[in-house]
Design a protein around this ligand. Structure first.
Ligand SMILES: NC(=O)c1ccc[n+]([C@@H]2O[C@H](COP(=O)([O-])OP(=O)(O)OC[C@H]3O[C@@H](n4cnc5c(N)ncnc54)[C@H](O)[C@@H]3O)[C@@H](O)[C@H]2O)c1
Length: 399
């Protein structure tokens, strides 16, 4: 069988987790990379044994061998690069958040439909195995009907390897510095810089950017949302740079008396264990006869507690036998992209679903800005932002 060939566009921080999903497949391979920084592309290809390095996005799209692209670039480029890929008849997986506003989502959805290609929004949390187990337990009736959803998120410092957290742990305990290894991965400052520019990122780095994952989970778990009410404040993330925390976001699901609440805190000296971003996440789902907890996702602060815990009928059951590395979610999401093309089916996060997730996020931001609850039906879109055109040959000039 001839393998489908995929190209990663953008070889930054997250690209490293997009490689494993292509390994050892008979139907697909990671064929090439492109980054506007040629050195980054060459380095990444060499490190991961990827055969081809393109010198422009136009060259990727003009190559008849290429089946599809994975767009791993800053958010202001998502719409433009997606539309161009669709016009070149390439299938597209675009990293979250789908776009900067709903009008852009509509353009992307229309381009994919007109050209008969798959459009997948790459949001990995809905593919995280412990979350899938939690959903499965709910589907099997273990907690009865869902009555409420709570999500707690706490970011440690944004410094690479959570250095302040490790230093604080050493200072406040008897442990030596050697016993308090740094946690979290290295993040190049360039990876934060565009995120802290609203016109490139589309919103704050926490509620808008990372938050897309959480809004996606909340919709995936229960269904459509009727209204949202939020407070989103600001605190320093790095010297001179603000982040959109603390925040509390509340919502009501449509057609049912089920409410959700997500609270986000930043704790700069917190020692969070984990290999990736040092972001602690926990979810609690209350049902009519039981409660379920998801105790982690990106990081593993509660590593002595099982990834999924069930309380029912006076008994606590811990579920340890489930892969819980954050990367597993990326592998499953990549698999979903490849197999949706191979099998001619829709991916889990279609363009339409990706748009719904963005609408939820934008409603939360609008609620905080306007100091009132926002109904999702009839919600006003954000003004279309001016974008810098990066493509000359495929599209008309963007507004
Ligand atoms: N799923 C997750 O959990 C997760 C985590 C982090 C990032 N992301 C998403 O992945 C995407 C990339 O984020 P990142 O953290 O890797 O960012 P990054 O800044 O580390 O990497 C972005 C890369 O894109 C390249 N680039 C910029 N403009 C380009 C262009 N016009 N053409 C080609 N390459 C270009 C940059 O040179 C850089 O190498 C974003 O959408 C982000 O929200 C998702």
């Amino acid at each position: 069988m001839e393998k489908m060939k995929f190209v990663l566009v953008g070889c930054g921080r997250i690209a490293t987790l997009h490689v494993a999903g292509y390994r050892d497949r008979e139907d697909a391979e990671l064929w090439g990379v492109y980054d506007k920084n040629p050195q980054a592309a060459k380095r990444f290809a060499a490190e991961h044994g990827i055969p081809k390095v393109y010198d422009s996005y136009e060259a990727v799209l003009a190559d008849p061998a290429v089946t599809g692209v994975e767009l791993l670039v800053p958010h202001h480029l998502h719409c433009e690069l997606t539309v161009a890929a669709c016009r070149a008849k390439k299938h597209v997986s675009v990293q979250k958040p789908m776009a900067l506003n709903l009008a852009e989502c509509d353009e992307m959805i229309a381009a994919a439909k007109e050209n008969g290609v798959v459009l997948k929004v790459f949001e990995n949390f809905v593919h995280y195995p412990p979350y899938l187990l939690l959903k499965d337990l709910i589907a099997r009736g273990e907690i009865g009907e869902i009555r409420g959803v709570r999500y707690k998120m706490c970011n440690a410092s944004l410094y690479s390897e959570n250095i302040p957290g490790a230093d604080a742990r050493a200072k406040h305990t008897d442990a030596s510095k050697d016993d308090c290894p740094r946690t979290g991965w290295k993040v190049d400052p360039s990876s934060w810089l565009w995120r802290l520019n609203g016109s490139l990122c589309g919103g704050g780095p926490v509620v808008f950017d990372d938050g897309y994952h959480k809004f996606s989970l909340f919709l995936d778990l229960v269904g459509g949302v009727e209204k949202v009410c939020a407070w989103i404040d600001e605190t320093p993330a790095l010297p001179g740079i603000m982040q959109d925390v603390p925040a509390v976001i509340m919502w009501k699901y449509a057609d049912k008396k089920v409410y959700g609440v997500w609270d986000v805190t930043a704790a700069p000296d917190l020692y969070v264990k984990g290999k990736y971003y040092t972001c602690d996440e926990r979810m609690e789902v209350t049902g009519t006869r039981g409660v379920l907890w998801l105790t982690r996702c990106t990081a593993e602060m509660l590593d002595t507690v099982a990834p999924v815990v069930l309380y029912r009928d006076g008994k606590l059951t811990e579920f340890w036998d489930v892969p819980s590395d954050w990367q597993d979610a990326f592998i499953h999401s990549t698999k979903d992209f490849i197999e949706s093309i191979r099998d001619g089916r829709e991916p889990v996060l279609t363009g339409e679903r990706g748009r719904e997730v963005l609408a939820f996020a934008l409603a939360a931001m609008a609620s905080s800005e306007q100091k009132k609850e926002i109904y999702l039906t009839g919600q006003e879109d954000r003004k279309k932002q001016k974008r810098r055109g990066v493509l000359s040959i495929f599209g008309k000039k963007q507004a």
